[in-house]
Design a protein around this ligand. Structure first.
Ligand code: NI
Length: 428
């Protein structure tokens, strides 16, 4: 199947700074087969008129928990530990696998509508999430959440995780990581075991680190180190590692993350809403860390819209550093695209011949984008995601003219209402 996006404004990677110009993109099957040059033997089935359109690489949501979408707006204005242990955990305990499936589909619907094409999901419900991602057409990197005390290779969650990964064998859009939850729910021995297994199996890891002040104080009191040092000493950074949050980090932590090539996912809305602060992104970028962007779950954000994260990321650091140069719109764009793709090991995040055809097409003939002037600035400072008109993932059009092609929205709303009623959630 050949798709042509004709004569659109397109953001292409450049050495110095990404730049936009008018281009025509040729998509053949799942890849970008040509830019401005029609590939030999190309047969076009679908032509998308690029007038008044801005084409960007699909956004990469590098940290979320889609099964939490039905917990949106049900635990707010609470301290982090109260939010997690007293409010969210009890609801999680009552979730049935099918709840997680519909919840994940709801989250994916929200992401597609706001231009995200890949998400990295820390999950307890792998079969349900892979089923939902298969149907939605999204690219997903899924980590089974792991918690434990001892070095125990017979650990049931770990064996389940390894088994569940078979789910992705026949779908190139699905890949997996191991997801030890956090140093406050995993002992160092347990983390060591996860690191060893990851090494043996050639897998990466995805973990929450240094999210709250309480986490860091407890770690200092109980183990005399920071969560970053704790994870490093468990060998977790000897495999490709993605650390979500990294809010409460010092200079030494930043050096450790940089030296071990750990990718950091910053989640501005979730971190601020839970009163945790925000990661020192400017300092991390200066240290050469691959900084990615994520929404975190809808229980703490409370949405899955990467445009809001981009806007926050671009603004909060300028405000706190009292420097308008701090974290530029270009740096935000990279955090939301290529850096996430790099961390997750996927061949997309940039519009280039040979890359996976994961694209979001925004309308520019809407008030918030008129005039566009600088497209990178428009993405961080003007857009809110409602401008996203068409989304292509792996060469498949999953949304066209804001109509979802792969998900029955009404059915999802029906199921979410029904399930929330059972769980005593929602206000429907
Ligand atoms: Ni999280």
């Amino acid at each position: 199947m050949g798709i042509v996006i004709r004569d659109a404004l397109v953001i292409l990677p450049q050495k110095e700074a990404d730049a936009a110009g008018r281009h025509t993109i040729y998509i053949d099957k799942d890849v970008i087969a040509g830019i401005d040059e029609m590939p030999e033997g190309f047969a076009e089935d679908t032509v998308i008129d690029g007038r008044d359109r801005l084409v960007i690489p699909g956004l990469v949501n590098a940290h979320t928990h889609t099964y939490m979408s039905l917990m949106r707006n049900c635990a707010d204005d609470l301290s982090f530990m109260d939010w997690l242990f007293n409010t969210i955990d009890p609801i999680e305990g009552r979730l049935e696998p099918e709840d997680a499936y519909w919840s994940s589909l709801l989250g994916q619907m929200e992401m597609i509508r706001s231009g995200t094409t890949t998400f990295s999901d820390m999950q307890m419900h792998i079969h349900q999430t892979t089923k939902a991602a298969r149907e939605s057409g999204m690219r997903a990197v899924i980590s089974r959440g792991l918690v434990g005390d001892a070095y125990n290779r017979e650990d049931s969650r770990l064996s389940e995780a390894l088994e569940e990964m078979e789910d992705g064998n026949d779908c190139s859009r699905l890949t997996f990581l191991l997801g030890p939850h956090a140093p406050y729910t995993c002992s160092q021995d347990y983390l060591r075991m996860v690191a060893d297994v990851a090494k043996e199996k050639g897998l990466g890891v995805h973990i929450h680190l240094s999210e709250s002040v309480a986490e860091c104080e407890n770690m200092r009191r109980d183990h005399g180190c920071t969560p970053i040092e704790y994870a490093r000493d468990a060998g977790l950074f000897e495999v490709p590692a993605i650390a979500a949050h990294c809010v409460q980090v010092d200079e030494n932590d930043i050096r450790i993350l940089a030296d071990h090539h750990v990718s950091v996912v910053t989640n501005p809305a979730s971190n601020m809403k839970l009163g945790n602060g925000f990661a020192p992104v400017s300092e991390m970028l200066d240290a050469g860390i691959n900084v990615c962007l994520g929404t975190d779950g809808a229980a703490s954000n409370n949405n899955q819209n990467m445009f809001r994260e981009m806007g926050l990321l671009a603004l909060i650091h300028k405000g706190t550093h009292k420097s308008p140069q701090c974290v530029s719109a270009g740096e935000v764009f990279r955090a939301a695209t290529i850096s996430g793709a790099r961390a997750l090991g996927i061949n997309s995040g940039v519009i280039e011949k040979g890359k996976k055809a994961d694209l979001a097409i925004l309308r520019t003939d809407v008030p918030s984008m008129m005039p566009v002037n600088n497209p990178l600035a428009a993405l961080s400072y003007s857009a809110d995601g409602s401008e996203v008109d068409t989304v292509i993932i792996d060469g498949q059009i999953v949304m066209q003219n804001r109509e979802l092609k792969t998900i029955d929205e009404e059915r999802v709303y029906y199921e979410i209402r029904r399930r929330c009623e059972r769980l005593g959630l929602g206000n429907l």
